[in-house]
Design a protein around this ligand. Structure first.
Ligand SMILES: NC(=O)c1ccc[n+]([C@@H]2O[C@H](COP(=O)([O-])OP(=O)(O)OC[C@H]3O[C@@H](n4cnc5c(N)ncnc54)[C@H](O)[C@@H]3O)[C@@H](O)[C@H]2O)c1
Ligand SMILES: C[N+](C)(C)CC=O
Length: 485
C-alpha cells in the first residue's frame, strides 16, 4: 500500500492473491489492509491537508503537476493497459482506450485547476466588498469498483488534486494493480507525500473506515447501489459530503426510421462491451414493434458470432466476467429470466471448449418478450444479458424507459431530430445519447438521476464537487453601530 509517500505492508501482514479472470492464474499478491491501515492513511492525508504545501500551492503549479501525471501515463500506456487487461479480463483495445481517457482527464483538470479564481459580487451594502472563493473541501475518501479500476480512480484523483485536496483511495480489493502502479507515477510527478494514499483491502473494513471517519470531509464512491446505501448512512455520522456514482439499467430506444445496420451494430456494442460489466450498458433494448422481428433476428445472428477469449488475444471481442462469484450472480439472473417467462433466444450458458474452462466466461445472452416488471429488466445484472421490449408510440417508449429506479444513461435512435429532442428531454437520466451509445469524455458531466447516484464526475462540476464555497465580506468603513445604545 502507498501511505504517506511510502510502500508499506498491511499492519497485520495479511495479503491477497490477485487473479486473472480469464484463467484464474495468480498475477500478483498485494497487501490486504484493515481499519488500522485506513486510519494511518487518513492521518497522513489529514496532516498533508492541515499542514502541508499542496492545498496552499498556487493553483497553476498544481495544474503543472497534473499535466506531468498525464504525460507519464501516456509514456507507460501499454504497460498500464496490459496490467488492466490481465486483472479485469477486458480486451487490450478497451484498456488502451481507458488509458487514453485517463491521461485526458488529468490534462483536462490540469487546465481547469487555475480557471476559477472566485467571483466578486454586487454587495447590496454601502462601502463593502463581497466575494466568493472556492477552497479545497479537505481530506477525501475515494472508493472505486473493479470494472474500470484506474479510469474510475482518475475521475476522482484528478479533480481532487486540482482542487488542492488530499486523499485516501481504496481500489476494489480484486483489481488494485493499475491503481497501485499509479502511485509510483504520482511520486515522479512531484505530488508531495501524504497527499495521495492508497489502501488496498475489503470494503467492509477499509471502505467502511473511510466512510465513517470524522477526519474525512468527503467520500466519493463508485460502485453498486447496495454499497451506496451503506456509505450514505455511514457518511451521515459526521455529515461528510458525498458523491455517489452507482449502477444503471439503461434503455436503448430504437425507432423504426433509424439506420438499420448502424442501430443493430450499436445495440450489440451498447450491451456486450466489456461483457456487459459497464454501469451505462444498454441492457434494455426498446424496439419499435414494426421492426421487432427483423431487428432482433439481426442482433441475435451477430451476437452468436461474438468471439470470446483472453483480452490479450487481438481477435477477442469479449472477455470473461470478473470472478466466479459474479458469474454465479449473472447465471442466477439467467435462471430468473427463464422462470419469469422471458424467451431465451441465444446464450444463457458458459461457452464450450477447453480454452474457456478456467475463465469466468458467459455467452452473449438475449431474452425476448420481456416486460418492465421482470427482475431481469428491473435489476442491474451487470453481465452480457440483453432484454428486449417493444413499443408502439413515442409516449410508450418514454414511459417504459423511465420505468426504473435508476437514471444513469440511455440512448434514442431516430432520424427525426425533433423526436430525438423530445425523447431526450423526457428521459430522466444523467446522460442521453442520440444516434450513438457510450461516449463519455472529460468535458461532459457524468452521473445519475434517481438512484443512480448523487453529484457528478467530470466536467466543471466534477471539480466543484471537491471544493467548498466561501463568501468573504469586507466592510470598507467600519464604524460603531450603536444598536445597544
Ligand atoms: N455510475 C458510474 O459511473 C459507475 C461506474 C462504474 C461502476 N459502477 C457500478 O459499480 C458496480 C460494480 O462494481 P462493484 O461490484 O465493485 O461494486 P461494489 O459496490 O460491490 O464495490 C465497489 C467498491 O466499494 C467497496 N465496498 C464494498 N462494501 C463496502 C462498504 N460497506 N463500505 C465501503 N466500501 C465498500 C468495494 O470494496 C469496492 O471497492 C455496478 O453497480 C456498476 O454499475 C458505476
Ligand atoms: C463510467 N464508465 C462508463 C466509464 C464506466 C461504467 O461502468
Amino acid at each position: 500500500m502507498w501511505i504517506n509517500g511510502e510502500w508499506v505492508y498491511a499492519e497485520d501482514g495479511q495479503t491477497r492473491s490477485i487473479i486473472n479472470p480469464c484463467n484464474q492464474e495468480v498475477i500478483s499478491v498485494v497487501a490486504e489492509g484493515n481499519r488500522t491501515d485506513a486510519q494511518n492513511a487518513i492521518k497522513a492525508a489529514r496532516k498533508a491537508f492541515d499542514e502541508g504545501e499542496w492545498p496552499r500551492l498556487p493553483a497553476p503549479e498544481r495544474g503543472e503537476k497534473l499535466r506531468r501525471i498525464a504525460s507519464l501515463i501516456r509514456e507507460e500506456k501499454h504497460e498500464f493497459a496490459r496490467l488492466e487487461t490481465l486483472n479485469t479480463g477486458k480486451t487490450l483495445a478497451e484498456s488502451e482506450a481507458d488509458m487514453d481517457d485517463i491521461a485526458s482527464v488529468f490534462d483536462y483538470y490540469a487546465g481547469l485547476a487555475d480557471k476559477d479564481g472566485g467571483e466578486m459580487l454586487h454587495s447590496p451594502l454601502k462601502n463593502s466588498e463581497s466575494k466568493v472563493v472556492r477552497e479545497p473541501v479537505g481530506v477525501c475518501g475515494m472508493i472505486t469498483p473493479w470494472n474500470y479500476p484506474l479510469l474510475q480512480a482518475s475521475w476522482k484523483l484528478a479533480p481532487a488534486l486540482a482542487a488542492g485536496c488530499t486523499m485516501v483511495l481504496k481500489p476494489s480489493e480484486i483489481t488494485p494493480l493499475t491503481t497501485l502502479k499509479l502511485a509510483g507515477l504520482l511520486e515522479k510527478a512531484g505530488i508531495p507525500k501524504g497527499v495521495v494514499n492508497i489502501v488496498t483491502g475489503p470494503g467492509e473494513t477499509v471502505g467502511a473506515e473511510l466512510s465513517e471517519s470524522a477526519d474525512v470531509d468527503l467520500i466519493s464512491f463508485t460502485g453498486g447501489i447496495e454499497t451506496g446505501w451503506k456509505i450514505m448512512k455511514a457518511a451521515s455520522r459526521n455529515m461528510k459530503k458525498i458523491a455517489l456514482e452507482l449502477g444503471g439499467k439503461n434503455p436503448n430506444i430504437i425507432f423504426a426510421d433509424s439506420d438499420f445496420e448502424t442501430a443493430v451494430d450499436y445495440a450489440l456494442n451498447a450491451v456486450f462491451f466489456h461483457a456487459g460489466q459497464v454501469c451505462s450498458a444498454g441492457a434494455r433494448l426498446l424496439i419499435e414493434e414494426k421492426w421487432h422481428d427483423r431487428f432482433v433476428k439481426a442482433v441475435v445472428e451477430r451476437a452468436k458470432r461474438i468471439r470470446l477469449g483472453s483480452g490479450l488475444n487481438p481477435d477477442t471481442q469479449m472477455g470473461p466476467l470478473i470472478s466466479a462469484e459474479h458469474r454465479d450472480k449473472v447465471e442466477k439472473y439467467i435462471a430468473i429470466g427463464i422462470r419469469e417467462g422471458a424467451k431465451l433466444l441465444t446464450g444463457g450458458k458458459r461457452p464450450d471448449g477447453p480454452e474457456f474452462a478456467r475463465g469466468f466466461f458467459i455467452e452473449p445472452t438475449i431474452f425476448d418478450h420481456c416486460t418492465s416488471d421482470m427482475r431481469i429488466v428491473k435489476e442491474e445484472t451487470f453481465g452480457p444479458i440483453l432484454t428486449v421490449e417493444t413499443f408502439q408510440t413515442e409516449e410508450e417508449a418514454i414511459s417504459l424507459a423511465n420505468d426504473t429506479i435508476y437514471g444513469l444513461a440511455g440512448a434514442v435512435w431516430t432520424q427525426d431530430m425533433n423526436r430525438a429532442e423530445r425523447v431526450s428531454r423526457a428521459l430522466r437520466m444523467g446522460t442521453v445519447w442520440i444516434n450513438d451509445y457510450h461516449p463519455y469524455f472529460p468535458q461532459a458531466p457524468w452521473g445519475g438521476y434517481k438512484q443512480s447516484g448523487i453529484g457528478r464526475e467530470l466536467g466543471k462540476t466534477g471539480l466543484e464537487e471537491y471544493t467548498e464555497q466561501k463568501h468573504v465580506y469586507k466592510n470598507l468603513q467600519p464604524q460603531p453601530l450603536r444598536w445597544f445604545g
